[in-house]
Design a protein around this ligand. Structure first.
Ligand SMILES: [Zn+2]
Length: 109
């Protein structure tokens, strides 16, 4: 996609919504680790439960990071959180600096 090409507000909004959904999934997963582990430790068979919880969590984390890394910026079409092999879940596009809430900021004006 040409970087100077204008995208419609609808395309921008749906693309940014997708990015925000995946970011939420990622952060909720990170925050769920400790409570899930504490619950596993309280179960009848803590060793087995901790192993299962850790395995499920790490699989979900790999899926979440992959989805987050592959999500495309609706404005420039490049990977929103990736620059080469560098992954950073920041709030701006690595390439065109589009903010993750740019559609909300525009509708306020
Ligand atoms: Zn971009």
């Amino acid at each position: 996609m040409d970087e100077t090409e204008e995208v419609s507000p609808e395309e921008l909004q749906s693309g940014l919504k997708k990015i925000r959904r995946r970011r939420w999934f990622f952060w909720i997963l990170i925050m769920a680790y400790l409570p899930a582990m504490l619950l596993a430790l309280r179960s009848a068979q803590p060793n087995q439960a901790v192993g299962i919880v850790f395995l499920v969590w790490i699989i979900l984390l790999i899926i979440s990071v992959t989805l987050l890394a592959l999500v495309r910026c609706p404005q420039c079409g490049n990977c929103f959180h990736m620059n080469g092999f560098l992954f950073r879940p920041v709030r701006r596009c690595f390439h065109c600096k589009l903010h993750v809430t740019a559609d909300k900021q525009k509708s306020k004006q």
